[in-house]
Design a protein around this ligand. Structure first.
Ligand code: 5GP
Ligand code: ZN
Length: 138
């Protein structure tokens, strides 16, 4: 088994596990962006969110919701930024879906998710909405 997060899930390599259930496991990021930075992964290997079954997605986000508050409270944070680098083009470095839960403080200087995107859109909203509805029906 070469996937590093499959090996964490399987107990083959150590991790600071904070919660687990039948479908997902939550553990601390080995290079935390802030105190309390948790990764939540599905037990079943999938590279991207859209490759997962609905049941695995439900289990993954149920555990994200269960851990987010305690991770924030444990480090005295004011909020959390929760996100997924979904695919290699986004900067995803481990090709096993993982949800980042990063505790936040008002003065931490990290900005919001909006600060990631500088270029802005190139197409009208209505045209893009129609294209997505077409893709969904395909
Ligand atoms: P990505 O950039 O793919 O969204 O994030 C991957 C994350 O996994 C990084 O924040 C990195 O620090 C973390 N990571 C990589 N390898 C390991 C590991 O072996 N154990 C743990 N706990 N975290 C890891
Ligand atoms: Zn894996």
């Amino acid at each position: 088994m070469s996937c590093i997060f499959c090996r964490v899930v399987g107990g083959e390599i150590p991790a600071e596990i904070v919660a687990a259930d039948a479908g997902a496991v939550a553990f601390l990021d080995v290079h935390p962006l802030a105190d309390g930075h948790v990764l939540v992964v599905p037990r079943a290997h999938a590279a991207t969110l859209e490759a997962m079954s609905s049941a695995d997605v439900a289990a993954l986000f149920t555990l994200v919701a269960r851990v987010a508050g305690p991770a924030r409270q444990a480090v005295g944070a004011a909020g959390t930024t929760i996100g997924i680098n979904n695919g290699p083009a986004t900067g995803q470095t481990v090709p096993h879906v993982h949800v980042h839960i990063v505790p936040r403080w008002p003065d931490d200087g990290a900005g919001s998710v909006h600060s990631l995107f500088r270029a802005g859109p190139r197409r009208p909203i209505g045209e893009v909405g129609a294209a997505i509805r077409t893709a969904l029906s395909g």
